[in-house]
Design a protein around this ligand. Structure first.
Ligand SMILES: CC(C)(COP(=O)(O)OP(=O)(O)OC[C@H]1O[C@@H](n2cnc3c(N)ncnc32)[C@H](O)[C@@H]1OP(=O)(O)O)[C@@H](O)C(=O)NCCC(=O)NCCS
Length: 209
């Protein structure tokens, strides 16, 4: 199924999304050209689209101000030190080169959500997701997960993987609801180079076939 058709169906069939986004406009000839606009209940008008190089300052503000201490602990691909600018630039450039598929949810010039499939040239990409503290609990996580799953499927990926900290109950609940299975613990390297153990979860598109 085409990306736009699959995503439209997913959004229309998810009750959590429908209750927060009664109507929307979706333009998506392919995953790299997604333009989704909606007036999101509890958030306001948003536009979801792939990141652009010009997003650097807005993404920096999202990581340092939009996310609070606890969220930055749970979502830690970006180091909060002198390496932050270079890491953000690297992520934005990798999306331009189509090595990573990274999206922003924008409210005018502000990033309210940031989510991605890293290692997108591999058969099994790595999923990451974060919602600004102010807007958590408004089902944006459901929207972002559906975008990423539809994008992975449209791109012929076999599976999607993620890891989540053992204390992240909201994340674990959301991922389980989206069909991800807990496959055990995994030691991961964070953006600052430190390591920790997280729960690894996978969504297998071929299971059941
Ligand atoms: C995790 C995160 C992405 C979820 O996005 P969100 O927009 O807040 O989530 P949603 O509103 O779409 O859904 C959250 C779900 O978790 C549930 N939930 C919330 N707190 C929970 C808890 N303590 N225990 C169990 N479930 C919980 C909600 O009820 C909801 O499920 P439901 O729709 O079945 O009722 C977001 O909260 C976030 O960015 N957190 C900080 C960074 C982070 O943890 N990133 C992920 C790293 S792996």
């Amino acid at each position: 199924m085409l990306f736009a058709d699959d995503l439209t169906q997913r959004l229309e069939e998810d009750p959590a999304i429908r209750s927060h986004m009664p109507s929307f406009s979706l333009h998506a000839p392919d995953v790299w050209s997604l333009d989704l606009r909606a007036d999101w209940e509890g958030v306001g008008p948003i536009c979801v689209r792939p990141t652009e190089l010009e997003d650097h300052a807005a993404l920096h503000a999202f990581v340092t101000q939009g996310l609070g201490e606890q969220s930055r602990f749970l979502f830690a691909p970006y180091p909060l030190d002198e390496r932050l600018d270079a890491t953000i630039r690297g992520a934005l450039e990798a999306t331009c080169r189509r090595e990573q598929l990274t999206f922003n949810a924008m409210q005018e010039d502000r990033v309210v959500g940031h989510f991605f499939l890293w290692e997108f040239t591999e058969p099994i990409p790595e999923l990451g997701i974060a919602v600004a503290d102010e807007f958590q609990g408004n089902k944006l996580g459901h929207l972002f997960m559906n975008v990423l799953i539809a994008a992975a499927q449209a791109s012929g990926k076999r599976k999607v993987e993620l890891t989540t900290h053992p204390t992240n109950e909201a994340g674990f609940h959301l991922y389980s609801k989206m069909g991800f299975s807990d496959v055990g613990d995994k030691t991961i390297t964070l953006g600052d180079g430190s390591q920790r153990s997280e729960r690894e979860m996978k969504l297998d598109f071929n299971s059941g076939c």
